[in-house]
Design a protein. Structure first.
Length: 254
């Protein structure tokens, strides 16, 4: 196999790591991020076995929709998101009392696991493909519509559940339901429109559904990034006011 497709397949990893670095986390978060990446790589093992079993069961089904649901929703979306969640939860528990302190830290841990998982997923997809170059170019989509986007959402809801004190049950449900729902919708609709005749109304309808799924990936990621920026700005303002008050109090005492 040529080297170029493999190099292209790791471009999403490099880009996503650079985006995480752009948040300028403190040096103590580097250990959290690299642990998350490593656990993301490790959870690929149980995912492989789960998908193999579930996809084998799906092959026994005759109906197009039933087969797509079992293989793409249960086999891909549910198994992958659950295993990534376990990797994220382990990362969170390891550093909960020492390094993870705010919402952005929780989100970074979740995205780090997604990056590790995405790296293996992209590389193996290229290695297994009969057209490696085409596969590697398709995997570039994972930069904006892949696990990193889903784990941005998962991490944000997880932060509200694990660090917050209100509506924790609701956020706990959302941190799994939303990523699984978006992932399952995208994979299911893509499977259907690729399986039927390209000129059929069915293909056009499910292609539109797939585009809507891609849009959901992007919108979810953008909303979370906006919320993180908003919370960061609010935190900075509070710290500035507190510092100003402390200086004023010190001046009045002197």
């Amino acid at each position: 196999m040529e080297t170029l497709p493999l190099l292209i397949s790791i471009v999403p990893t490099v880009v996503l790591l650079a985006l995480v670095g752009a948040f300028r986390f403190s040096s103590q978060m580097l250990c959290v991020i690299w642990t998350g990446v490593a656990l993301g790589v490790l959870v690929c093992v149980p995912v492989y076995f789960m998908e193999t079993v579930i996809e084998g069961a799906g092959d026994q089904l005759a109906g197009l929709y039933e087969k797509a649901f079992v293989q793409q929703v249960l086999g891909a979306a549910v198994s992958e998101e659950l295993c990534i969640f376990i990797g994220f939860l382990l990362t969170f528990k390891l550093f909960q009392t020492t390094r993870i302190q705010k919402t952005a830290d929780v989100v970074a841990a979740a995205v780090a696991v997604a990056i590790g998982f995405t790296t293996i997923e992209n590389v193996t997809a290229v290695l297994a493909s009969e057209t490696p170059m085409s596969a590697s170019l398709n995997r570039l989509l994972s930069i904006v519509a892949g696990h990193a986007s889903l784990q941005l959402v998962m991490g944000y809801f997880a932060a509200k559940c694990l660090l917050g004190d209100r509506n924790r049950l609701m956020f706990g449900v959302l941190m799994l339901v939303v990523p699984i729902g978006v992932h399952g919708w995208g994979d299911f609709s893509e499977s259907i429109f690729q399986a039927v005749d390209a000129d059929s109304p069915q293909s056009q309808q499910f292609f539109s559904a797939w585009i809507f799924g891609i849009f959901a990936y992007l919108v979810g990621a953008v909303i979370v990034l906006f919320k993180l920026r908003e919370e960061s700005a609010s935190s900075t303002t509070v710290e500035a006011v507190s510092t100003a008050n402390d200086e004023a109090d010190a001046g009045s005492v002197s």
